[in-house]
Ligand binder design. Structure first.
Ligand SMILES: [Zn+2]
Length: 271
């Protein structure tokens, strides 16, 4: 068994919380020892903060997700700024752009999505925090904005889909590339080629649970963070390094980019 960190898990989602405490026990028994829990919208921040306070190995990230662009407000950005000070999340996220959404719908225009993204990148820059980025059909634009904003804190582009050139533009900006359940599908040839081509130092593992189910999962079942070893297993087949090496390096990558090694730990809290 290898020690792993799920760099992207919506742990506060009711579908996962309904499986507790057994699900966390299962994670531990599968070697999934830490979770990064990204935020999605202001309405869920309190729930998410309360859950992450239960265990120092459940790492809080706070942000306003592009899926909910029509829900966000300027007040939510101000509240996020305050929550960053009060609750010290490990990153601002998940934030980003999703051009696969219908951008003609009210609240989801490119301008509105970019407005929330830019405001939150500025917060992250000010707080010197990395960002967790959601990118669908928006890699080039996101890279452009991060450059324009002179954002130099790095982060993770999660559930990445795109070309090797686009991935490299992010890694040059200090980002890691997140791979998850998509890798387990035989038809995902492009993403598999990318996972083979990138240096191991650029890769982090994620489930995006309860979304992005693994190939072998029965339809309709939520994805779970204890399935993370399956992603490791596929990478082990694709890449020249040993499974142990991949586990260790991707863990190190996640801890480094989110600076989890250097944060003051509160080891008094129970597992
Ligand atoms: Zn997500």
């Amino acid at each position: 068994m290898h020690q792993l960190i799920d760099s992207h898990c919506h742990w506060d989602d009711s579908r996962l919380q309904a499986l507790q405490p057994h699900l966390w026990q299962s994670c531990i028994s599968q070697g999934v020892q830490q979770l990064v829990v990204p935020g999605t919208q202001w309405a869920f921040f309190a729930r998410q903060i309360a859950i992450c306070e239960q265990n120092p190995l459940w790492h809080l990230a706070l942000g306003l997700h592009p899926y909910f662009s029509d829900q966000h407000s300027s007040q939510h950005v101000l509240d996020l700024a305050k929550a960053i000070v009060d609750y010290k999340p490990v990153a601002v996220g998940e934030i980003g752009l999703d051009f696969a959404l219908d951008t003609t719908r009210e609240g989801f225009s490119i301008a509105e999505q970019e407005r929330w993204f830019i405001a939150q990148v500025k917060l992250a820059k000010h707080a010197r925090l990395p960002v967790i980025v959601h990118s669908r059909k928006a890699n080039d634009r996101l890279g452009q904005l991060l450059r324009q904003l002179k954002f130099d804190q790095g982060g993770i582009v999660h559930g990445f889909s795109g070309s090797i050139q686009q991935a490299q533009k992010f890694t040059q900006l200090g980002f890691k590339i997140g791979f998850g359940g998509t890798l387990t599908y035989d038809r995902a040839q492009a993403i598999r080629r990318l996972a083979m081509a990138l240096p191991l130092t650029d890769i982090v593992l994620e489930t995006d649970a309860p979304d992005m189910p693994m190939a072998e999962q029965p339809k309709g079942q939520p994805n779970q963070p204890d399935k993370l070893p399956r992603v490791l297993e596929v990478l082990g087949v694709l890449r020249p390094e040993s499974i142990a090496q991949i586990a260790m390096q991707t863990m190190t990558n996640t801890l480094e980019v989110l600076r989890l090694n250097t944060r003051p730990s509160n080891s008094s809290t129970q597992l």
